[in-house]
Design a protein around this ligand. Structure first.
Ligand code: NAD
Length: 717
């Protein structure tokens, strides 16, 4: 009877249907068009059978109920008409509404991730049971893709969970676990995975007896009962919270909230119609496409082993050594012990070692709820961390990461001392931010086992890790470094060696240009505000203060030597460093900082220091400032691609989003350039030609402009 490809239908008892979702081609169940069609055909069969009194929907995938709708089908719609979008939405919604009216009770048995379209399928069942499996996360992440649930999720979920709960989950896109789902009353119970099947059978029988589900069906078809005052209060508080979270740059949560409020006072069918109408406003917009691109970028990164060779498998990293217990070393240690990797930590200074070990343990045992270190967790993790000063002990690890001072001679001296003790497969890595990996590998006997593993500061917050190949680094070493970075919860991007590697090389033209604008007389505020309006988390000038002006001066010098035609060493930085203004760490930089939470305040002293280096009086429109800041970044990215520093334009985009917070709603730097088109970018560069090499279109950009091709040749995904 069941000739489905994606579903398995069985009857453990003559009147009880058991439907298992099981996509034979993927590790996750995805609700594609064909799966929805099969679901519909399955309902036909069950109705035709006549004697079914209960249906349980479950999944065969470990840790996953349904991971959502098929996003690739979404992006395949190039420029869908409003009618097409409404029809796509209606296909899912009508199917789920049909499910909710079946002549038998329906139960979703959830033992794994249940999000997006999957959460909608579950919510349109009469009842839900969930397990305490930590992977059983329930939520509607659509707003993170610039949409909201479009298959009736905004209709049904507030009716089942209450409008307040629905507004919170749908507008935030956050997920909750099984216990929370049961506490919310959305799941009837939260059970151990091994009891799920029995609990589902029992629930079906109970509902058949009590007929409680029929009363709920009636109630949920009606408008939501809520007073005008409650509605107004909910609307105002939720809107204020959303504004604070999104800074007005993400329209989907606002649209979702408006829809939820408006549709709460109408009947279910009308609410569904309103949902589709509103959904069509967001679907296919540039922000929606950009955010879906970011989803694909992260998905691609998760699956990328970092090398092309298929026969090389990463070695397991179970133990490691971290040398240098400063800011970075302690952060790397914390990230590693948190994931059960033992760490031997060392430092040339005993006080730094003691301090670094304590910080690492505090960070690894940090408890979000109490906002402090968790003693119990710390006691559990402490045996994984060993402070030592014996080279032999360090060298026995699977991986040794060096995070000592940024001086080539100090690093090379350390390697020469350590290498004779290293195990035959031990990988040696440097966390250097700027020194060439090839240069550091020069004196090594085994440069094939040497690699750059560049974490960003603060390690706990920054998802990006640059994995830098030296000229002799082996594929095996790269694959292991990539797997290690993923094991500690990071997103590694593999690249070839070169000044500034990837992110700092792209950041520099942008930051450099910010100072050039200041030198031309544009106010500090105007520069930073333009960058923030573009979507950057902070302006480039405040960023200087965060990085440290001395560090930036040094980096600028290195980049000037590498690219003298387009990077100038700014006299502004020199003047400020000379005056002892090093940025936030000294409380004074391009701005001044008072109080515990650093907030940039204009400082008249800065104006006096800058005066000799500034042509006064220039005013520039926001658009011009934005172009000045971001076009050199695009040009630098084309040079990086031409030099094959990275393997794919997508690496540039993900690197910038994760490394410097490039706005996800723009989809990535090159994705953004693609939305403009290369010809348009060339056009935009024209007014700045007189500024020299840094605004000259590169051969790659000109070629794309001529051929009409894009950086993302095959489109997103
Ligand atoms: P840090 O000054 O906080 O710590 C360096 C530690 O190394 C100090 O505790 C010092 O005592 C110790 N040390 C110095 N020489 C040593 C030696 N020969 N043997 C053992 N220990 C030694 O520095 P940091 O900010 O943690 O930077 C470490 C490395 O990471 C540098 O290469 C830096 O460029 C890189 N990095 C720094 C950042 C950042 O923002 N701080 C970001 C990415 C990468």
């Amino acid at each position: 009877m069941s000739d489905f490809k994606y579903l398995k239908l069985s009857f453990p008892e003559p009147d009880l249907a058991w439907l298992v979702l099981d996509d034979p081609h993927k590790s996750a169940n995805i609700l594609s068009r064909v799966v929805l069609e099969e679901l519909n055909a399955c309902l036909d069969q069950l109705v035709a059978r006549g004697n079914v009194t209960g249906l349980v929907i479950a999944s065969a995938k470990p840790g996953i109920f349904v991971a959502g709708a098929d996003l690739r089908e979404f992006v395949a719609q190039k420029s869908p008409t409003r009618e097409t979008v409404i029809a796509i939405a209606a296909q899912g919604r009508e199917l789920f509404m049909r499910l909710s009216k079946m002549p038998f009770v329906t139960v979703a048995a959830i033992d794994g991730m249940c999000v997006g379209g999957g959460a909608e399928l579950a919510i349109w069942c009469d009842r839900r049971l969930v397990t305490n499996n930590p992977k059983a996360q329930f939520g509607f992440p659509e707003v993170k893709l610039g949409m909201f649930p479009g298959w009736g999720g905004t209709v049904r979920f507030p009716r089942v969970a209450g409008l307040g709960n629905a507004a919170e989950l749908i507008t935030s896109g956050e997920s909750i676990d099984g216990r929370a789902l049961a506490l919310m009353g959305v799941a009837t119970d939260c059970v151990a995975p091994e009891h799920l099947e029995a609990a589902a059978r029992q629930l079906v029988r109970e509902e058949q007896k009590s007929k409680a589900y029929l009363a709920d069906r009636k109630r949920w078809a009606q408008p939501i009962e809520m007073s005008e005052t409650e509605l107004t209060f909910l609307g105002a508080t939720a809107a204020a919270f959303i504004q604070q979270q999104t800074k007005g740059q993400y329209p989907a949560p606002v649209a979702a909230l408006e829809l939820l409020l408006a549709a709460s006072s109408v009947e279910q069918d009308e609410a569904g119609r309103q949902e589709s109408e509103s959904f069509a406003e967001l679907f296919g917009t540039p922000i929606n496409r950009s955010l879906i691109n970011v989803f694909f970028l992260t998905d691609r990164n998760k699956k990328d082993p970092g090398i092309a060779a298929k026969d090389i498998k990463p070695a397991a990293v179970k133990s490691m050594a971290v040398i240098g217990a400063g800011i970075m070393g302690s952060g790397i240690t914390a990230a590693s012990i948190k994931r059960d990797i033992t760490v031997a930590l060392t430092d040339s200074r005993p006080d730094s070692l003691a301090n670094g070990a304590r910080k690492a343990l505090e960070e690894a045992s940090y408890n979000k709820a109490t906002k402090g270190p968790d003693v119990e967790k710390a006691l559990k993790l402490a045996p994984l961390l060993r402070a030592t000063t014996a080279d032999e002990e360090l060298a026995q690890a699977d991986l040794v990461i060096e995070a000592i001072i940024e001086q080539p001679a100090a690093k090379q001296e350390l390697y020469a001392r350590l290498e004779p003790h290293l195990g035959p497969n031990t990988i040696l890595a440097s966390n250097t931010s700027a020194i060439s990996i090839g240069q550091l590998a020069e004196g090594l006997k085994h440069p094939d086992r040497f690699v750059g593993i560049h974490f960003f500061n603060p390690v706990r917050q920054m998802p990006l890790v640059e994995i830098i190949r030296g000229p002799k680094t082996s594929d095996q070493t790269v694959a292991t470094a990539v797997a290690y970075a993923k094991a500690v919860g990071k997103s590694p991007i593999v690249m070839n060696d070169g000044p500034g590697f990837l992110v700092n090389r792209l950041l520099l033209p942008y930051m450099n240009e910010a100072l050039e604008l200041v030198a031309e007389g544009v106010s500090l505020k105007a520069v930073d505000d333009a960058a923030k309006r573009f979507g950057m988390p902070m302006g480039p000038l405040v960023l200087y203060d965060v990085v440290g002006l001395d560090t930036a001066l040094h980096a600028g010098h290195v980049m000037h030597q590498a690219f003298p035609d387009r990077v100038r060493e700014s006299p502004i930085l020199t003047a400020l460093v000379k005056a002892g203004r090093l940025g936030q760490k000294t409380g004074r930089g391009l701005f001044k900082y008072d109080g515990k939470k650093p907030r940039a305040i204009d400082d008249p002293e800065v104006a006096a220091l800058l005066a000799p280096h500034i042509k006064p009086g220039a005013t520039m429109k926001d658009k011009q400032i934005t172009e000045r800041l971001f076009l050199p970044m695009v040009l630098e990215a084309t040079r990086i691609l031409a030099e094959k520093i990275v393997r794919d334009p997508r690496d540039v985009d993900l690197g910038l989003i994760f490394g410097i917070g490039f706005p996800p709603f723009k989809g990535g730097l090159l994705f953004w350039a693609d939305t403009l088109g290369a010809a348009k970018v060339v056009e935009m560069l024209k007014p700045y030609e007189s500024l020299g090499a840094r605004y000259q279109p590169t051969p790659m950009l000109l070629e794309l402009a001529k051929s009409g091709r894009r950086f993302y040749e095959e489109g997103p995904g």
